[in-house]
Unconditional design. Sequence first.
Length: 318
Amino acid sequence: MQHLKMILPALAFLITGCVSTKQIIPVPTAPTIHEQQVRIILNGNNNARPPMTVKDGTTEVGAIGCSGSLVWDRPAGRTYITISTADDASIGPKSALLYVFMADLKGGRQYTFDFAKNKGLVSFQPAPGTASEVTPIGIPVCILPVVDATSGKGINLSRYAKAYKLPGVKSGSYFPANWAAEEMTAWNYTKPSYGGENADAPAIYESAKRGTVAAQLLPNDKQPAYYMLIAVKQFEDFFRIIWLAESTVECYVIRAADGKVVYQGTGQGKGRGRTLDIDKKTIIFTYPENSDMNGDAWQQAICEATVNAMKNMPILTP
């Protein structure tokens, strides 16, 4: 019975991972492409497992599995296509954004892409005849130092920043904003970088809460399209046979052109320390991903909260 319990989840993954590709919008039938339209072909290959949801802007094209293709026509010009986990609780988290393709496409042409996955990261690989005509758009985002807004009930964020070998800042730290950087890097269309080392992050935070940040508060060393500010609102830990931690994090995305806050999100996270591992509180462990079994309880809680605070962030535009 124990062996059966171990086999069933793996069998379920294999079954759901190879669900056939399903297209929602009509497949184009015209042999030619209008000069103001483009035709996109996305081939699933064997990398789209479990099935992924494909959207063209706000329009859901369908789901792509480990076989088949999605084919559709759309207006020429600015194009952004998103890939996310299928909205199916049986195969994993709902609607977690994995990848964004953004480019300006010329009309009257067909663009073919192969779905690719490397070390868990999703991407589109243009076919040889398409590659020279596609120039993806990258939006620069300046990640500001993190604000500790816990009224002294936080953790020593600079210790984690040193463990991750993140750049030093005069106040605050870039932990846990480095987790936000990893998310944006995986999405592919944003190009995050650390900046604002000398910026008054607490003042920017207070201004952001009112919806607009004054131009004189924003640093001018990176010339980004957007700034991202992470604020740790709550951090608590307690010992109940194991160490438990809880955290709340706020995320603000500020448009550089006018200082307007275009996104504000709040996320919660929890962490667990190993059984009776009381000394964990004085030791820093770093792992490539947050997990209930890896890392320390403090890191897990605060990183999970950071990622959750970004979940509903809209696609940014240049």
